[in-house]
Design a protein around this ligand. Sequence first.
Ligand code: ADP
Ligand code: MG
Length: 614
Amino acid sequence: MSEHKEDIIRLSLSAVLLAAVMVVTHLLSLPVWACILLFAMPYLIAGYEVLTETVENVLHLEFFDEAFLMTVATVGAFCIGEYPEAVFVMLLFGVGELFEDISTDKSRASVEALMDIRPDKAEIETADGTKTVSPEEVAVGDVIVVKAGERIPLDGVVLSGESALDTAALTGESMPVSVAAGSTVASGCINLSGVLRIEVSGVYAESTAAKILDLMEHAAENKSKPERFMTKFAKFYTPAVVVLAVLLAVVPSLITGNWAEWIRRALMCLVASCPCALVVSVPLSYFCGIGGASKKGVLIKGAAALESLSSTGTVVFDKTGTLTHGDFTVSAVHPQQIDATELLEIAAIAESQSLHPIALSLKSAYRHNIPAERLQSVNEIAGNGILAVIDGKKVAVGNAKLMQQTGVEHRECHHSGTVIHVAVEGVYMGHIVISDTLKDGSTPAVAELKAQSIKTVMLTGDRKDAAEKIAQAVGVDEYFAELLPADKVSHLESLLNAEKTTVFVGDGINDAPVLSRADIGIAMGALGSDAAIEAADIVLMDDDPLKIAKAIAIARKCLGIVYQNIVFAIGVKLLCLLFGALGIANMWWAIFADVGVMVIAVLNAVRALRVKDL
Ligand code: ADP
Ligand code: MG
């Protein structure tokens, strides 16, 4: 802020001096050299930075930026005796720049405040009491203590204590989440009430907070089409404007002999054509859009993703963990040869290493401590199930396809739901039927997308009848079942089209290939899922499908603002150039076309930061 203060003082001083000099020169008829000298004071005070920048750029053989335009225009104005105008242009240019700095800083600060999840310390338990260290120094397995009001520094599992967590910085949800012993907690959340003892499950660099911060810091590097266009445009634009201005000054003057008038018009055109409104407002709009989205728990990896999302034509959903909770309950156990507990036990041991929602559900259905030492080797076959060696015996746990592949004759089941078959040494042992529930947000999310004329598709590796039930309940336009991860990729490819963006939404468990193949991959419920954060373009911090429609709405609004600014700025400038060349407009018009348009464009850009609730 102190830097702004300096500028404010400098510009005010220049303004006061300018007024004084105008009064003095009006009252006394001074010689030309005295006028130049007097007006040069406020001019230099307001413009010395612009002038030095121009000199530096010219020395580096870089012509044709805004500073160059301003310097040529104002020095030119001095040459034809328009002293007050020259000072005004410089002064208002300075005011515009100042305004731009302040609003950019403000929006940056508010985005940074939202993303202020960087933990600064961790308190670890040691043999002799607790010790405060930096989060980077904590190792996996250390126990940290987090008191009420403190930010959780690392991901982990609660050992003891009960509390409510404020996850708003990560998910945008204001409802506190209650945790107790056994709950997994993500770094970046704030512990609201009790003291928690947490066993750390990953080092800081791998933590949720570090990942999100890293992602936000690099978001600006992925440039959008309009931004890339602007960079190229600026290269040709300014030289073209300068050449046109020179032509406008010289050609009519040679014909009419009225040099002063045509030079004045040419200088006016130079001022009016300054591209700063665009150069500033386009990236600022994206920045604010990304910031506003993150406030709602939607992390967008860059302007290019935001832009692509705004023209979404199809949204493809994964089923398990995306439209459904992925939190299966066992609805039937049909054993053969062994008893039900034994069947569940074999399944739970085989699944003990897996992070698949089915695995988690079977493990929790077993209820006892899993004798994981009986598991000798394990191989997870994505979209099929598990092949394992338990007590020296080959075990297969998975769907009908897995049974066919391993040559086991399995029995079909009349129950609805996902059926997990179990075979030991090629002998069928029975199956477990599990069923999943729809997320509350799934049906409204699909309805919301349809209302925006977006096609919805569901892809799943599950059985056809389980898939059909879910597809009908949520109302997706199409669904495809019994797909392996590779089939999901080829189905997605058939849905890609050139004009509209195809979005894939997954939970990050075995769908990373599809996430990266889609135009835009959205990973949801990403608190803790590393692969998803890597592969996706957009990360939803919680697993509410309604956020998808919200993210699309944010992207559309942001792109709307970008185009409004482009059309507005170019429109006003063209009009002003036209009127300037015709001699209708004067320097004041030009100043509005430059500074006024920039201020309006920046104010409009900042609107992208505000995101309405759906
Ligand atoms: P979705 O497409 O619904 O997300 P997946 O592709 O992850 O489902 O899995 C498809 C099917 O493969 C599951 O319905 C299940 O029958 C089987 N399967 C996948 N992983 C496992 C596992 N760890 N244990 C048992 N079965 C599994
Ligand atoms: Mg899945």
